[in-house]
Structure formats: structure tokens, C-alpha cells
Ligand binder design. Sequence first.
Ligand code: ZN
Ligand code: ZN
Length: 272
Amino acid sequence: MKALCWHGKGDIRCETVDDPEIQDGRDAIIRVTSCAICGSDLHLYGGFVPGMKSGDVMGHETMGEVVAVGKDNTKLKVGDRVVVPFTISCGECDYCRRGLYSVCERSNPNGAEQAKMLGYPTAGLFGYTHMYGGFPGGQAEYLRVPYADVGPIKVPNGLSDDQVLFLSDIFPTGWMAAENADIQPGHTVLVFGCGPVGQFAIRSAFMMGAERVIAIDEVPERLRLAEAAGAETIDFSAVKGELQDEILAMTRDAARTRSSRPSAWKATARAP
Ligand SMILES: [Zn+2]
Ligand SMILES: [Zn+2]
């Protein structure tokens, strides 16, 4: 199959590699129909994360169609469409049972080595260095999914890849940022940075009931996307004085802005 392979800082190549195979009874193999590039991939691209080896397959935001399942996997069947989360989790260890899937004790075979560097072990991750298990990633034609009866989310009929792909990582990341802010209905929320995580944090804040979201960035297309979600925006590179004064002015004079930008997102969003 074809896959994107890491060969060093700034050196990623599309190459032919071995097709993945079922290695464990709970595995599944998926034919990848969509995958995304994450900011975390840029950390690998820039050579900032140790533990990569030449030829490692990249990618952890992946979805596709199941083409093979292990004999012990009763959750998935050939033909299912699934979104595959970044984290690989066994579903049975103490942490998994408490819902703390990102620190699964079983899925990272290199956890002991990793703990020496990070101070603690984490779950295995797709396409994210040997420190996180050395699992081939999903920027490839096919992906082996370990513990595929735990993480993968079956896609209901009628939803396109574009509508669900970001459940693999970036939407939950933005959602969690908003969740950590303990947003209550009527709150005004400030989002610094309108990259992909910021965009999903903006939308999550509205879904949680925020009355206003003020989004801050300097990239015009990011600011436009934030506005399309109903956020008020500040281009920080155009602020003459202190950014804080600008924010205080907007929030002090709430009546001025509250009615000026109806939110298309708010009108359609429903909390899950
Ligand atoms: Zn990601
Ligand atoms: Zn586990």
C-alpha cells in the first residue's frame, strides 16, 4: 500500500510499504477513506518529538471502512464505516474502566521507556513515535487498529466523511478546552488562537450555551471562519494599544455587540 513515511526533520515521503495484517483477535483493518493532518504532525515534521524512526508511517486522524476483523472482535464487521480515535485503549485496565483512555496501561508496549522521559506512561498512539508504541499511522491506504472493539466509532448512515472525521482528535480536543472552562449559559468566552482546535473550541462554547465568544487571531481566513461560527473577532496585529483594553471595552459595552452578529451556528447547534 501507499503511505506517508517520516524520514527526518522536514522529510516526509509517499512510499510503498507492507499492507497491515490482523495480529490480534481484537484487531480490525480499515481501508482509509479520509485522514487529516494535525498540528501534532507538525511537531514530528519539525523534529521536535524524540522516538521517530526512518520509515515510520504518520497520521492519527483517520476514518474508513472495515475490511477485516480479528476472531475475537464482536463489535465490528466487514463493511462498517468507523472513525478511529488517536488513542489506542484496551477498555479493560483500571484506567480504561474509569474512562481515562489516554493513560491505558496496556496499549503502549514502550510505556516503561516512555515513563523515564515523561515521568509517567501513556496509552499507545497511532503514528506518533516509538515512545507512544510505534504504531503505524493512518495517513495510508490501510490501517491496523488494535483493540478495535473499544475506540472506533461506528458512523451512522447518511453522514459524510467530512461531517465525522474530526471526531478522531481535533473536535474532542476543542470540546475539552471549552469543557475545562466550565462554560455556563449566558457566559462570554474568550478564545485565544483560531486554528483548528480554537475553531472547535468556539463552536463547543456555543453548544454549551455561551452567549458571546470573542476569538483572537491575526490570520484573516481563521478570523473569517470564527465569524462564520458566530464569534466576534479581534485581529491582535491591528490592535493599537493593549489587547486587554480592547477586550474590556468589548465586554463592558455588551449591548453594542450583542445584537450585531447573529450566530448561524447557535441557531443550529444542539448540545449532545
Ligand atoms: Zn491530532
Ligand atoms: Zn486500558
